[in-house]
Design a protein around this ligand. Structure first.
Ligand code: ADP
Ligand code: MG
Length: 390
């Protein structure tokens, strides 16, 4: 499959840039977060996997400092000088690779110009993080072509910086991390406070992840997201008055026991918000245990518990997400399902036995459409490798 995409893209490269001499090929995947929702900005744990859908880049170094950027997914082509990289709204998608070049130059790495053509099969704006994929594939392309090296951990950090400061999107660090460090048949547990991470074996043979897109725009998500961030900060402040430990900075630094001892000191609804975060963090640890034992039944139960907590305690779900999760759970062969992302629309993920795939797509699709009048999208994913040169 990927070979065919590479051949096609090489042909397109030739048509656009003359010849295929000295071209190199790079690839970066999308991602799905198995569990650990709204834990990232609370300094907590997340457990994403890289998926088998990716963005490819075919590229050739230039002798000057010009970046020529094309994408098979967009008609807009952009040419920019590395000596004058600025965000331009009209450059649209090309601000992502430009932002990556900008951040590398700011780090003091003098880059070479390049002709690059991208092609992606990650659905855009659908919760699989095509943005992190385009950032990371751009970064490894520019580094390799310019013969520059960075400490590995800097790659996700700098990609995030490009998205935050150049493109102007306020994202966390998880996506760029998993896209950089993901590995086939592995999930990655990341501590969002310390940025320590570890690959955990995920023998996903016979199992797939299905992402269901409710097609509901996350209308409330921004204002409610900011509200949750504030509520969590308020929760930490109150708990710190009672728990005498210097290192408490985030909700994730507080144990379940400590929380239950002082819960009644916290006004509603902040108490519920804290409970979600502290339990969710614990669920990530339990999910790692399940993966290590190959216990998908209990992993599925953790996904369900995460959903109910996001719905009832964190209050970021909505009818569409709840309907889709409930219909998923009715299908035999589904281990578990939950909403994912900021909430108020967007996507669910379900852990599904491969044999149940067709029935899942058919029945959940029909049920959802009947109840909501919207035709959902489904993306079937397997666990794939992180970014690399091919
Ligand atoms: P997502 O949830 O997929 O990360 P975002 O809105 O964060 O959605 O990022 C999507 C943006 O990333 C696109 O609008 C585009 O600018 C860029 N992008 C994604 N895929 C590609 C691609 N194949 N080629 C060029 N740009 C892409
Ligand atoms: Mg994104």
């Amino acid at each position: 499959m990927i070979q065919k995409r590479i051949e096609n893209l090489k042909e397109e490269f030739c048509k656009s840039y003359g010849s295929s001499d000295n071209i190199r090929v790079f690839n970066a995947p999308g991602r799905v977060n198995i569990i650990g929702e709204h834990t990232d900005y609370n300094g907590g744990l997340v457990l994403p996997v890289a998926i088998d859908k990716s963005i490819l880049a075919v590229a050739r170094v230039r002798e000057d400092r010009i970046l020529n950027l094309k994408s098979m997914n967009f008609s807009m082509e952009v040419s920019a000088s590395l000596d004058d990289i600025r965000y331009r709204k009209e450059d649209d998608w090309a601000n992502y690779p430009k932002g990556v070049a900008w951040v590398l130059e700011k780090e003091g790495l003098k880059l070479k110009g390049a002709d690059i053509i991208f092609e992606g099969e990650i659905p855009i704006g659908s919760g699989l993080s095509s943005s992190a994929a385009i950032e990371v594939v751009s970064m490894i392309t520019l580094l390799k072509l310019s013969n520059k090296k960075l400490p590995l951990k800097k790659i996700p950090l700098l990609c995030r910086k490009a998205e935050n400061e150049f493109v102007g999107v306020n994202c966390g660090i998880m996506d760029q991390f998993i896209v950089t460090f993901g590995k086939k048949n592995h999930a990655l547990i990341l501590d969002c406070k310390t940025l320590d991470y570890k690959l955990v074996p995920f023998q996903s043979k016979g199992t797939i992840l299905i992402v269901g897109n409710t097609k509901v725009k996350r209308g409330l998500a921004n204002s409610e997201y900011n509200k949750r961030v504030k509520e969590c900060a308020e929760g930490v402040k109150i708990l710190k008055e009672y728990i005498n430990r210097e290192e408490i900075e985030f909700l994730s630094d507080i144990t379940k026991e400590e929380f239950s001892r002082y819960r009644d000191k916290i006004p509603a609804p902040i108490d519920k918000r804290c409970e979600h975060v502290i339990n969710e963090n614990e669920r990530v640890r339990q999910a790692v245990d399940c993966l290590e034992k190959g216990d998908l039944e209990n992993l599925g139960k953790l996904l369900n518990a995460s959903h109910y907590s996001l719905r009832d305690l964190y209050e970021v779900s909505c009818r569409e997400l709840d309907v889709m999760v409930e219909s998923s759970l009715k299908i035999k062969g589904v281990y578990g399902a939950r909403m994912t992302g900021a909430g108020f629309g967007g996507c669910i993920i379900a852990l599904v036995g491969e044999k149940a795939k067709e029935e899942f797509v058919k029945r959940v699709g029909r049920d959802y459409q009947r109840k909501l009048g919207i035709k959902p999208d489904f993306y079937t994913c397997q666990v794939g490798d992180g970014a690399k040169e091919i």
